[in-house]
Design a protein around this ligand. Structure first.
Ligand code: GLU
Length: 315
C-alpha cells in the first residue's frame, strides 16, 4: 500500500507553517488511501528538546490528524544507520573527514558555487584513490563522514513542482552523512528511515527540495528501494519574506490552543492558504474532503498580523 509519513523534528514546537504542511500531507494521504506513518526525527541530539516530541504528537492530535503506524523514534534503533554507513564505506563511497567548521568556512569562501545558506565542502579530506576507508574510524570521534559526490546533475520529477535538476557537488560538495561521533546526518537518516518504513510518498516543505537530490544519490549508492515520489510544497513566510519563525511572533499551535483558539479555526486559515476558498472554521475531515492539490498555490504563503488577529478573535 502506498505509504507516507509525518516526520516532525522535536527541535522546537510545531508552528503554523509546519501545521500547513502536515495537514496537506495528511489530507492527500487520506484522500488517496495511503498509509500514514508517524516518525519522530529525533537524531539531531544537541538540538532536540525534551518534551518536544510529546508536544508535537499532542499538537497533531489536536489538529485532528491520525496515523496508521508509529510513532517511531529514530533514536530507538540506530543500528540501521551504522549498517548503511558501513555499506557506503565498504563500497568506497564514503570517507572520513577531520576538518573543523572553521577550516571549511575558510576554504569555501573562495568556492565558486557556494549556496546561499550552505557551505560547500571543498573536498579537503577526499582521498585520491578509490580504496575503501577503514571502518574502524567510525568509532574515532575525530572523524565525520562524507559522501564522495559526483560532479553531475541529479534530475527528478516533483509531483507538485514538475521537473527538477540539482548538482549536489556544485551546491554543497561532498556532503556529511555522519557527524563526528558517528551520528547519522539528516540526509542519511531520512533515506534509511523512509526505506525501512516502506515510505514511497514524501510530502514536505520546498525548503528541502535541494536535499532531495542528495537523498536520491544516497538511494542509488545504497541500492535502496522504494525510491519515493516527492511533493514539495510552498512554505509559510512572514511579511518580511523570511521563513516563518519566532521573529514573526508566537505562532506555535500550543500557544493558540492555550489562548482558547479552536483547532477548527486554525484549520480554517490553513484551508484558505490551501485553495479551499475564503477562511471559515472546519475540521481536519472537512479539509480532507474539500482538498484539491490542483488548487494549491505555488507561491509561498505570507502570514500577516491580520491572520494572527483573526485566529485570536474567535469571531
Ligand atoms: N524532520 C524533518 C523536518 O522537520 C523533515 C524531514 C523530511 O520531511 O524529510 O524538517
Amino acid at each position: 500500500m502506498p505509504t507516507t509519513r509525518l516526520a516532525p523534528s522535536p527541535t522546537g514546537a510545531l508552528h503554523l507553517g509546519n501545521a500547513r504542511t502536515f495537514l496537506v500531507n495528511w489530507a492527500l494521504a487520506r484522500r488517496s488511501g495511503w498509509r500514514v506513518v508517524l516518525r519522530i526525527d529525533d537524531l539531531d541530539s544537541p538540538r532536540v528538546k525534551p518534551q518536544a516530541a510529546a508536544e508535537a504528537i499532542d499538537a497533531l492530535r489536536w489538529l485532528g490528524l491520525d496515523w496508521d503506524a508509529g510513532p517511531f523514534y529514530e533514536s530507538d534503533d540506530t543500528r540501521a544507520y551504522r549498517a548503511a554507513l558501513e555499506a557506503l564505506i565498504d563500497a568506497g563511497h564514503a570517507y572520513p573527514c577531520r576538518c573543523t567548521r572553521s577550516q571549511i568556512l575558510a576554504a569555501s569562501l573562495s568556492a565558486p558555487h557556494a549556496g546561499e545558506h550552505e557551505l560547500r565542502y571543498p573536498g579537503t579530506c577526499r582521498p585520491a584513490g578509490d580504496r575503501a576507508a577503514d571502518k574502524a574510524l567510525l568509532d574515532d570521534p575525530a572523524y565525520a563522514w562524507r559522501l564522495a559526490t559526483p560532479d553531475a546533475p541529479v534530475a527528478f520529477e516533483d509531483q507538485f513542482r514538475g521537473p527538477q535538476r540539482f548538482n549536489p557537488q556544485r551546491q554543497v560538495g561532498d556532503f556529511l552523512i555522519a557527524a563526528k561521533g558517528g551520528q547519522a546526518s539528516y540526509q542519511l537518516a531520512v533515506v534509511v528511515d523512509d526505506t525501512r518504513q516502506g515510505v514511497d510518498r514524501v510530502v514536505r516543505g520546498d525548503d528541502l527540495l535541494a536535499s532531495t537530490a542528495r537523498q536520491l544519490l544516497l538511494y542509488e549508492r545504497l541500492g535502496r528501494e522504494p525510491v519515493p515520489l516527492h511533493w514539495h510544497l510552498p512554505i509559510v513566510i512572514g511579511e518580511d519574506g523570511r521563513r516563518l519563525a519566532k521573529r514573526h511572533g508566537d505562532t506555535r499551535l500550543s500557544t493558540y490552543r492555550d489562548h482558547g483558539v479552536a483547532p477548527e479555526r486554525l484549520i480554517g486559515l490553513l484551508a484558505e492558504w490551501s485553495g479551499l476558498g475564503p477562511r471559515r472554521p472546519m475540521t481536519s475531515r472537512d479539509f480532507a474532503d474539500g482538498f484539491d492539490l490542483g488548487r494549491l498555490g505555488v507561491d509561498p504563503i505570507v502570514f500577516t498580523d491580520a491572520d494572527d488577529h483573526w485566529l485570536l478573535s474567535r469571531g
